[in-house]
Structure formats: structure tokens, C-alpha cells
Design a protein around this ligand. Structure first.
Ligand code: ATP
Ligand code: MG
Length: 578
């Protein structure tokens, strides 16, 4: 491909709304164009990398025995009513919906569980037809609250979505592991350094769930990792092992009231009494759909609300307002004490961090007073115990006790054991060996194609621009003619271009009438893995220059050797997986 006949314009200015480097670089390299918030167009160059990412996913899924289908993007409301998802997604306001001229309602699919389940329900009748995994790679629509980072969080984006149907849980386990393995190959081939973490299974009520995270500073998710044993979890799902307790080996002292005038916050009390926050017991009052609940945990820890929701078995959880705290506990905010709660009705759930607490400090149940010498076992009524404190960096790993680290990650893929929620709701059953009807056991899987491509840029760039992994580069090689108006240079560059193409190599030929400096900058910005320069002094000496983008190394060689040298470098990059 010759640049002079291609449609490609690089951009000098950084777009104002671009916070992530991948967003900046994909725009500047002329690969994507913003149309509206979360809506992007791909240029010919951008489409090539996008298609390569897509092709890797397709190849690995086909190789894993999954079957490609095409499900509608425009889906009728009735289908979503059947699964019960219409109301839920409507309340999260994530669904794009529209009406037809007759008043029929539709959504633009954010995923396709319903559509695929109805396809399988009308085709599968017997266990002999299972297992089957169907997938598609199609555009999805979500009215994201905060579309940003270019392709990373769009409102319209390309997604691989796969759905497995098995006869039983062990079958699902196999299908899930097949996806897991295919995902690993996909992200390895994309040249990504990723980590797999346990994820929360949320309200859908599945069992296992894993997210594939590309570690990067701009990642929107927090990932908890243990370098020692490999434990990894999304922060929402993570919990720490037992933390060293400040009251270890202490003996009990009597409960005493201490005056703390105007000191309602943990920090105030800590400073006023000269104690550490870990010696305090926090009492947080939450409102749930089942009434009030008081959560107790160590003063230096924060609540992981997802974990607390699960522990309480509730769907909605919000901190109660000041008036409601008083109403529920009879104490003003900041002075609630576990020993001073109304006996009946209110649920009291305590975090494992305070199970053995003695000589702790907590609210006295009245304004301007706290209590010291608090012994949880002796002084309070706890109705439930759970692990709902957020993991912090340095906390002990729940598996091996070594310190945890917290990093930022980009979720590029997700696998999820769904179970029978959709097959029950949509009546997707089959008859088993005994002739009994059972619902299919499902898994659901997703990979963001554009997000994966953007994540590759997050991990592979430098001050000059993108450094594409070979597998995702729009073109593997750029051939730069330094002075196309020079007859001899043009002749030799054209000849090399033809011979590279004839060898089946992917070459982009910068034959524009521009200064060499402009061309080098553009080549570096776009990030072609291999560059060949023809022209200037090296040309007069009968040579060309071969550059490797990743380490910016340059080698001169005789023109006659250029083709073989490019092939060798390409092979080297391919085998290094970069
Ligand atoms: P997130 O928490 O980042 O919103 P999600 O949990 O909604 O992701 P899934 O519904 O599991 O994501 O979708 C599967 C995959 O699709 C994700 O792992 C991600 O790679 C991709 N994806 C999800 N939302 C978007 C989006 N708005 N833009 C681009 N890719 C997305
Ligand atoms: Mg989302």
C-alpha cells in the first residue's frame, strides 16, 4: 500500500477529552476518529488493527470448537421481559431502546443471552446434542454513564460474546476451562501482559467468574495480587487474610466512658485520645431493602460494599442518613456503639478483623462520648460474622499470608459460570439419559475487541508513539522513501516495495512528497514494528537502513540484502511474540 494513495492523516494536537495514552495515540496516529461521546469511527488503518484483533479471537474460538453465529442487534422488548432483564437494565439505564412505527419496543443488544438461549431452545432437545458453545463477534451498545478512553469504554463497541450450553455442572466446568485456555492464547498472541483474577458474580447468581486484566496505570479496575502465590482478585471480590491485631495478647479491662466533645469522626477521636485507628471499632449504619443493618469493623479498614451485600444477602445497600441513623439506633452519627444498640430488630454484622477485640474504643451511644476498654465478646451482641473489609496493599494474602499488592487493570475479557438462570427463565431444556427434562447449564463469555487493541497500546508505547506488537500492527513494515523526487531513490524504493510485497509481506510504502523528518515522526507515531529507510547518504553508498521500532535500533545493509534482513527481523519479532 502506498501512502500517497491511502486515506491517512496523522494528527499533531492531543484531543482535549483524551485522558488515556491509548486514546491520544490512536487519534494522533489517525486510526480512530471521534464522532460523539463513546462513538468512534475506524479509519482504514485503524480498521486493520481492529480486524487483526478480531481475527485472533475468531481463530482461537474456532480452534476451541466453538461455533460462530450471528444474533440480532435489534432485539424486541418481549424477549427481554421473558428473562427479566428489561427492568434491571432499564434501572441501570444502560440499555439503548427505541420504538418502531407501530409502537413496538426494542433494545440495541448490550449482550445476547436471551437471543442465543432462544436459538438453542428451539434446536436442542436431547442431552446428546450437548455441549455446544455458540459465539459471535458483533457490535454491542451500552449507554455507559461515563464513556471515555476512546475504544476502551465506548457506547458502541465490538465484542466477542460466547455462550456455552451443557447438560450439567461438570460439563460447564469443562466449557469454562476451554474458554479460559482460549482467552489466554488470545491475549498472549496480542502481545499483552495480563493477569487473571477472581471476580464478583454479582446479582445474576452465577458461581465462578474470572476477569482477564491487562495491568496499566489507566486501568479503571483495582486488582489485588499476591506475587508470592499468584492469588489475584478484583478488588470487589478480594479479601485479606488475618491481619495482625493491635490487641493481641492483651487482657480485658473494664468498659469506661470517655468524654470526646465534638469528636464524631474516627480521625478526630484518634487524635484526641492519642490512639491508633486500628484500635477503634467503626459502626456503620446501612439501609437495605430488608431494613437497617449495622456493620462493625476495625477503625483503620474500609467496607467493601459488594462483600457486605453478599454477606447480608441484600441487593441494595446505602449508608443511612443522619436522621435515619438516629432513628435506627437512638444514637447520633459518630457516636454509635455496638453495646448501645436497640436489642431487637436491627441486624449487627461484624467483620473478622474485630473478632478478638479487647480494649477497643467505640461510640458510647450518646453525643460527645466514646467508650474505652471495649471487649467485643463481652460487651456487644453480634448476629453475624463475615469478611467484608476491603483488602489493602500490604495486607496478608488470604492464601499464603505474604503481602498483597494493589494494581490498576483494564478488564479485557470476562468468563462467567451463569448456571440455569436464563435457561430456566426462557425454557431452554433438554431430556437427560433418564428421560427427564432439565434446564441447560450455561456459561457466558466476553472479550472487548477495541478495548483489547487499546490495551495493547497502553502497554506498548513510548514518547514517540505506539510500538505495536507484530500481531496487531496495522502493517508490519513501513518502507520510507527519503527523497521520492530523486529518480534513483524512487527506482530502488519501488523495487524493494515490489519485492517485499511479492514475498507476501505486509508493507506500507511512505512515498509521499514530504521531508524525511516528517516521515520518521509519522512512522514512529503509528508504530510499525519494522522500518526500512531508502535514500540519503546510505542510498548513495548502496545501502538501506533497517530499524526496529521497539528498541529503535538501526542497522545499515546492502540494498541487495534488504529483503532477507526484513524477513529475518520479522521472523524474530514473530517468534518473540512481539
Ligand atoms: P466494565 O466493568 O468494564 O464495564 P463489564 O463488566 O460491563 O465491563 P462485560 O459485560 O463482562 O463487561 O463485557 C465483556 C467485555 O466487553 C469486557 O471484558 C470488556 O472487554 C468489553 N466491554 C465492556 N464494556 C465495554 C465498553 N463500554 N467499551 C468497550 N468494551 C467494553
Ligand atoms: Mg460495563
Amino acid at each position: 500500500m502506498r501512502w500517497s494513495r491511502y486515506f491517512l492523516q496523522t494528527v499533531r494536537e492531543v484531543p482535549g477529552d483524551a485522558e488515556a495514552i491509548s486514546h491520544v495515540l490512536l487519534i494522533r496516529a489517525g486510526m480512530i476518529r471521534r464522532v460523539a461521546a463513546g462513538i468512534y469511527a475506524l479509519t482504514p488503518l485503524g480498521l486493520r488493527s481492529h480486524r487483526k484483533t478480531e481475527a485472533i479471537v475468531r481463530q482461537e474460538m474456532d480452534r476451541a470448537g466453538c461455533l460462530e453465529v450471528e444474533l440480532p442487534i435489534l432485539q424486541p422488548r418481549e424477549l427481554w421481559e421473558e428473562s427479566g432483564r428489561w427492568a434491571r437494565y432499564e434501572s441501570e439505564q444502560i440499555l439503548f431502546h427505541l420504538k418502531d412505527r407501530k409502537g413496538g419496543e426494542y433494545c440495541l443488544a448490550p449482550t445476547a443471552e436471551e437471543a442465543v438461549t432462544t436459538m438453542v431452545r428451539s434446536g436442542v432437545t436431547s442431552y446428546r446434542q450437548l455441549p455446544v458453545t455458540l459465539y459471535q463477534i458483533r457490535t454491542k451498545f451500552r449507554d455507559e454513564i461515563r464513556p471515555r478512553f476512546g475504544l476502551m469504554r465506548g457506547r458502541e463497541f465490538l465484542m466477542y460474546d460466547g455462550y456455552s450450553f451443557d447438560a450439567d455442572a461438570s460439563g460447564l466446568d469443562r466449557s469454562y476451562r476451554t474458554q479460559d485456555a482460549a482467552y489466554r492464547r488470545v491475549f498472549e498472541r496480542c502481545g499483552l501482559d495480563f493477569t487473571v483474577v477472581e471476580a464478583d458474580t454479582g446479582a445474576i447468581g452465577g458461581t465462578d467468574s474470572q476477569e482477564f486484566m491487562v495491568l496499566a496505570d489507566t486501568g479503571e479496575d483495582a486488582v489485588v495480587r499476591c506475587a508470592a502465590c499468584g492469588y489475584g482478585a478484583n478488588l470487589e471480590k478480594a479479601h485479606a487474610g488475618p491481619r495482625p491485631a493491635p490487641w493481641k495478647d492483651e487482657t480485658e479491662t473494664p468498659l469506661v466512658e470517655v468524654e470526646t466533645p465534638g469528636k464524631g469522626g474516627i480521625d478526630d477521636v484518634v487524635e484526641f485520645l492519642g490512639i491508633t485507628a486500628s484500635r477503634m471499632i467503626k459502626c456503620l449504619v446501612y439501609e437495605t431493602e430488608q431494613g437497617f443493618a449495622v456493620a462493625l469493623l476495625r477503625g483503620d479498614l474500609e467496607v467493601n460494599e459488594i462483600a457486605l451485600k453478599h454477606a447480608l444477602g441484600v441487593e441494595h445497600l446505602t449508608l443511612a442518613s443522619e436522621e435515619k441513623v438516629e432513628k435506627a439506633t437512638g444514637s447520633p452519627v459518630g457516636y454509635v456503639g455496638p453495646h448501645a444498640l436497640p436489642e431487637e430488630s436491627i441486624r449487627v454484622i461484624a467483620d473478622e478483623s474485630i473478632r478478638d477485640a479487647v480494649n477497643a474504643v467505640t461510640g458510647a451511644g450518646r453525643r460527645d462520648w466514646h467508650v474505652a476498654g471495649f471487649v467485643l465478646r463481652r460487651d456487644a451482641r453480634v448476629s453475624e460474622w463475615a469478611n467484608f473489609a476491603q483488602a489493602r496493599s500490604g495486607d496478608p494474602c488470604p492464601r499464603c499470608g505474604k503481602p498483597l499488592e494493589i494494581m490498576r487493570g483494564i478488564e479485557v475479557g470476562h468468563i462467567f459460570k451463569l448456571g440455569t438462570k436464563y435457561s430456566v427463565a426462557l425454557g431452554c431444556g433438554f431430556t437427560d439419559e433418564k428421560g427427564e427434562t432439565r434446564p441447560a447449564v450455561m456459561g457466558t463469555y466476553g472479550i472487548g475487541v477495541g478495548r483489547t487493541m487499546a490495551a495493547a497500546v497502553e502497554q506498548h508505547h513510548d514518547a514517540e508513539g505506539i510500538v505495536w506488537p507484530l500481531a496487531l500492527a496495522p502493517f508490519e513494515i513501513v518502507l520510507v522513501s527519503l527523497n521520492p523526487s530523486d529518480e534513483a531513490v524512487r527506482r530502488d524504493a519501488d523495487a524493494l516495495y515490489e519485492s517485499l510485497r511479492a514475498s507476501g509481506l505486509e508493507v506500507f510504502y511512505d512515498d509521499r512528497d514530504e521531508r524525511p523528518g516528517v516521515k520518521f515522526k509519522d512512522a514512529d507515531l503509528i508504530g510499525f514494528p519494522i522500518r526500512v529507510n531508502v535514500g540519503g547518504r546510505s542510498h548513495r553508498e548502496g545501502n538501506v537502513e533497517l530499524l526496529r521500532r521497539s528498541d529503535r535500533s538501526v542497522r545499515a545493509m546492502a540494498r541487495a540484502d534488504a529483503l532477507d534482513a526484513v524477513k529475518a527481523l520479522r521472523a524474530e519479532l514473530a517468534s518473540a511474540g512481539s
